[in-house]
Design a protein around this ligand. Structure first.
Ligand code: IMP
Length: 419
């Protein structure tokens, strides 16, 4: 039985974790975030209504849940208060009954933001002060939420009732048999230790971070599920073997969520940039936090298998399968070639990865719009074959397929590991 389930990003972020957490949150008593801050952006669509979160866990729109911001997070009090006010204006009530903020989480200050804006360009950070705040934490010069709310001030007064010892709360809840959903932000390949350093974030978004970022022991976790898109994207700089088109070509492109027939036809003639453009536009691949266009590429099994190992994933969720509709051939990267040698293991450094040439397997695509299909066997055969093939290559089962942003657009294939 799964009582404590950790959800992590399996790629470079933006895999659609928010919508999956929202879907799974129905059965959870607690929804907890453990790392990162408002560099994250989660979009959840409920009955056509769009909610965007940066700090609050996606469970916040389920009235009966406790939502928890763990000690591993970095919190900008101004942004958190704004996010709470926005939801309050939409009719939600947010207080100590449904939101618990760790007194040990670190506070992002204006100095952190200024430093990030001045120095984050090389990595392509989100400019939210994340790295400098974690730097202060490690240098032991930071301010924690407990100290922040002990001093008076507009934001401190608003947040004070919700700031508490979340470590005790989460452990007590697990002991009492409550269902705990742990929501990762960012993703494995952006992990400060396991990602494509230095083009990474400054925390541990992978499953190990759930233990340190919440104060729970590894034996408390029953299951880890990784979320990956049916293709892959990256925001910011760093190596990206299966990227289609260059960042320079992408920068010249107009932001839009529709493609022309010419775009699709040129993508189907194997013009890399057009494949990237079709994925970006059909997938609405523009950052929730910064609005930046995302670099897009084919599904990368080497990266996925690495993420499966790093996190100890027992299943994966594949999102945005609908975005591939219209592509005649769909490629999957099964290995890399680096300096003339075949490589099946994700290299430990960004420089080596930047020399990796993907080895592709080509699979048949499909034309149909699949966004309203609710069972696997109703999917076009080519879509079924695609999912079965990547499942076989990854070596772990696909628990859920997502064919659109709404709750009703999730197809459960295997519920064993779910709450
Ligand atoms: P930072 O987390 O703002 O320091 O940014 C470091 C790197 O992580 C940059 O390449 C960002 O684009 C990337 N990053 C941070 N948060 C996210 C996210 O939620 N999705 C995708 N990329 C992210």
């Amino acid at each position: 039985m799964t009582n404590v389930l950790v959800i992590v990003g399996a790629q470079w972020g933006d895999e659609g974790k928010g919508a999956i957490v929202d879907f799974l949150a129905e059965k959870a008593d607690l929804v907890c975030r453990y790392a990162g801050g408002n560099n994250a952006g989660h979009t959840v669509v409920v009955k056509g209504k769009v909610f965007k979160f940066h700090l609050l866990p996606s469970g916040i729109i389920h009235s009966s849940k406790i939502n928890l911001l763990g000690n591993g997070m970095v919190i900008d009090p101004h942004v958190l208060c704004e996010e709470i006010s926005t939801l309050e204006k939409q009719g939600f009530s947010i207080d100590e009954n449904n939101l618990a903020i760790s007194s040990r989480a670190h506070v992002i200050t204006q100095n952190h933001i200024d430093e990030d804006l001045n120095k984050g360009g090389k990595v392509g950070t989100t400019g939210r002060g994340i790295g400098p705040c974690y730097t202060s934490k490690i240098a032991r010069t930071g301010t924690r939420m407990g100290d922040f709310v002990a001093a008076e001030g507009k934001f401190a007064d608003k947040l004070k009732p919700m700031v508490t010892d979340t470590t005790h709360l989460v452990n007590e809840s697990i002991t009492a048999g409550k269902k705990v959903l742990v929501e990762g932000a960012q993703a494995t390949l952006l992990d400060i230790d396991h990602g494509t350093y230095p083009y990474v974030t400054s925390s541990n978004p992978s499953a190990g971070g759930a233990c340190t970022g919440l104060g729970i022991g590894p034996t408390r976790i029953d299951s880890v599920i990784g979320i990956g898109k049916a293709y892959i994207t990256r925001v910011g700089n760093g190596a990206f073997p299966t990227e289609q088109g260059t960042p320079e070509e992408m920068e010249k492109e107009e932001k839009s969520d529709s493609c022309t027939e010419e775009d699709i036809s040129r993508a189907n003639s194997n013009e890399d940039y057009f494949v990237g453009k079709v994925l970006r536009r059909q997938g609405r691949e523009y950052g929730t936090t910064t609005g930046r266009p995302r670099r897009c590429g084919w599904f990368d099994v080497v990266a996925m298998k690495y993420a499966i190992e790093i996190n100890g994933m027992s299943a994966v969720v594949i999102t945005k399968l609908d975005v591939l509709s219209g592509l005649k051939k769909i490629k999957v990267c099964t290995a890399y070639e680096i300096d003339g040698q075949p490589v099946k293991w994700f290299p430990p450094d960004n420089n080596t990865l930047s020399h990796a040439t993907p080895v592709y397997e080509s699979l048949a695509g499909w034309d149909e719009d699949i966004s309203s299909i609710t069972s696997f066997d109703k999917l076009p055969l080519a879509a079924q074959e695609y999912v079965k093939r990547i499942e076989q290559l990854m070596g772990v089962p696909v628990a859920i397929l997502s064919v659109g942003p709404g709750r009703e657009q999730k197809i459960v294939l295997d519920s064993k590991e779910l709450l």
